[in-house]
Ligand binder design. Structure first.
Ligand SMILES: *Cc1c(COP(=O)(O)O)cnc(C)c1O
Length: 370
């Protein structure tokens, strides 16, 4: 441990930073490959609509000024969308912000934070950063084992994270089972339901019968926090904007530690415009359902199994040499996501891209496995 690290909190000493998908520019530099496609970070391949672009262009004239620190216009639009009070909303620089705020507000060193094996990588990171103890519950069929999670709640449990659907597995929980679980959690424990892929999972074409909108339960469960993001179906990952919905008293606590200008003015304008253009979101969601069917069928024809997913990504079992397959795909100019760090050494997670991108991925995969 170097002298600087010795001065860090024990949480930070044990921390390993989040590993993002490989940037296109990095692959260009390192491998000298041109014409690269990136299917590694679950972004919307359609990008932004003309309506959102125009809103951002209008906003450019005002960037010398600080943004609205309260995000009034965006909160007003979100309150209308969800049928909640504006005081129930906490805006974030991505939904990663409210996920972290919950831990900083409710978790002290030594407390316990509960989440599933193969869960989103931000949960262990924010838990470790708070010098808290991560209690990781073994997965069942790649998804959440809610009975085991119930049984693992102790006096020290402060927060439970559940992504529905989960990233990277794409597995999901039905309304009845998740609602019963939330009802069983003692009120002193905060349950976070992370709905980053809500727009995809709630599309009937993906087949998630009974997939819930947990924001509808907020009136009944004051310890429930639901997070949503503009990074995925809304196509604004680069702008960083997301939010949580909760009891107003919880939102008040989260807002106390929220940096005052954590959502910039371009992001605020783009998010507001995005909410006015749900058609664009629907187009992306419809395309995703079609591409999911196509990519999983093609993987099956190659003799590969996958984990059924209701997100805009799917984990394909490419065998023991997944790391080698990942690397060979890089040489073909295709970036996907290795998930060994999620305890899934045989799988690669592929974001569904445009039809032509998925065709290139499938052709590259066929070549690499031959
Ligand atoms: C992508 C993702 C998020 C959202 O991240 P942002 O900070 O909103 O970009 C949250 N949770 C899960 C499970 C995700 O996959």
């Amino acid at each position: 441990m170097n002298p600087f690290e010795k001065r860090a909190t024990c949480g930070v000493q044990g921390l390993r930073p989040y590993q993002p998908g490989k940037p296109i520019e990095e692959l260009q530099r390192e491998y000298g490959v041109a014409d690269i496609i990136k299917l590694a970070s679950n972004e919307n391949p359609l990008g932004i609509s003309a309506h959102v672009k125009a809103a951002m262009q209008r906003e450019l004239a005002g960037v010398a000024r600080y943004p609205d620190g309260n995000g009034f216009a965006l909160k007003q639009a979100l309150a209308a969308k969800h049928g909640v009070d504006m005081r129930q909303i906490t805006l974030g620089n991505g939904s990663s912000d409210p996920l972290e705020f919950v831990v900083r507000v409710f978790v002290s060193p030594g407390d316990e934070v509960l989440f599933s094996e193969h869960a989103f990588a931000m949960y262990p990171i924010v838990t470790q950063a708070a010098s808290a103890r991560a209690v990781v519950i073994p997965a069942k069929d790649w998804g959440h084992d809610l009975d085991a999670m119930r049984a693992a709640i102790t006096d020290r449990t402060r927060v439970i994270f559940i992504a529905n659907p989960n990233n990277p597995t794409g597995t999901w929980l039905r309304d009845d089972e998740l609602q019963a679980f939330v009802a069983d959690v003692p009120e002193r424990v905060t349950v976070v339901v992370d709905e980053a892929y809500f727009e995809y999972a709630s599309d009937p074409a993906l087949g998630a019968d009974g997939y819930p909108d947990a924001s509808r339960w907020l009136d009944r469960f004051p310890n429930l926090v639901v997070t949503r993001t503009f990074s995925k179906a809304y196509g604004l990952a680069g702008l960083r904007v997301g939010y949580s919905l909760s009891h107003p008293d919880v939102a008040n606590l989260l807002n106390r530690i929220r940096p005052p200008f954590n959502v910039n003015s371009l992001a605020l304008a783009a998010a507001c415009a995005g909410l006015e253009d749900e058609d664009h979101v629907r187009r992306g969601v419809a395309m995703n359902a079609g591409q999911m069917a196509r990519v999983t069928a093609a993987a099956g024809e190659m003799g590969l199994s996958h984990i059924p997913s209701v997100g805009n990504f799917v984990c394909i079992d490419v065998g023991e040499d997944a790391a080698a397959v990942y690397d060979a795909l890089l040489h073909e100019g295709v970036i996907v996501r290795p998930v060994a760090n999620y305890g899934m050494p045989r799988h690669l997670r592929v974001t569904l891209g445009l039809p032509e991108e998925n065709a290139r991925f499938l052709a590259a995969l066929r070549k690499v496995l031959a």
